[in-house]
Ligand binder design. Sequence first.
Ligand code: SF4
Ligand code: SF4
Length: 373
Amino acid sequence: MEFKPFKDITLSRLGMGNMRLPVQTDQPDMPIDRVKAQEIIDYAIKGGINYFDTAYIYHNGESEKFLGEALGKYPRDNYYLATKFFILTNPDYKAVFEEQLTRLKTNYIDFYMIHGIFDHTYQQYIDNGCIEYFLEQKKEGRIKYLGFSSHAGVENLGTFADHHKWDFAQIQLNYFDWRYASTKQEYEALSERNIPIMVMEPVRGGRLASLCPEAETILKETRPDWSIASWAFRWLKRLPQVQVILSGMTTLEQIQDNIVTFSDVPALTDEEEHLLMEACDIFRAQVRTPCTACRYCCDNCPVHINIPQVLSVYNRFRLEGSWALSDLDNLDSETGPTDCTGCGACTGHCPQGIDVPAIMEELSDMVRRRPDK
Ligand code: SF4
Ligand code: SF4
């Protein structure tokens, strides 16, 4: 395992995320499969991982409880615990913090985070007094390092980063978002302030663990022995401000592959990075519908579906997974994919030749299969 100094301690470059632990899919509330999850934790410890990340809300609160039990058999100074306070779940920061200590069976948290700085939450965190309280806990030794995790835009990220001298920050960072979202600017904002970065979503919730065949061919021809996911981790090694790279590992195979990747494997070369970006562009082009939102189709739809908006949700669904489908509940039109009659009136007017009825049908199936529908 590779390690990197952090202040007066040393952290493994690979951190164990505990948001996607294996679950018992045959049970209605899909509880954590504690036997399989314990195997992963044991493998992580044996492989040298010493940073374990969780949150009050992961697995509906069960992640913290599980981790308290799973790590309880190891000496407390063998690992570092990271967890988070999320204001929207429960704003009572004092009660949440005490409950977390109980759940995690510990009397201190190594890395404590304000969870989920969004454009609509960062001011709430500043106003509710939690930051001052957590700073007091830090003085008392119940928190060792205080930081925050962010999904906010660059401007609000900067504002929050300047509120206090934070020990670290956690952001979503991967080569795809570096190329197509504001991740590069977020990284630079934190680097300018010399705030060490914990990386979340290094493989974008697993979407970068397998690309389309054309993109994978480019990578496999160059490095047949590397997994596709390992390219994402090796790319991150190029960034000096990165401290720990978290991976939410669900299977033993994933953790085995990741531990190999973090065993003295060098960062990507410039040439390899160039190839990765080429593959990234191909992947993105293939998974997205090329809708330009020109709306030429809209006037022809007999049930008045906001077609480009639905296609935008579809693109996010293809890139980010089924959670993006919840945006179908907030369409500007009263009708959605399940109202599509399949008449095809839209397709003939689409300059991009998008097979809209086929996409509507696919989305309808997905919507009907959603557990809350
Ligand atoms: S196929 Fe569906 S989306 Fe297209 S015009 Fe007909 S009803 Fe509207
Ligand atoms: S006509 Fe085609 S490109 Fe234009 S908004 Fe409709 S689906 Fe999108």
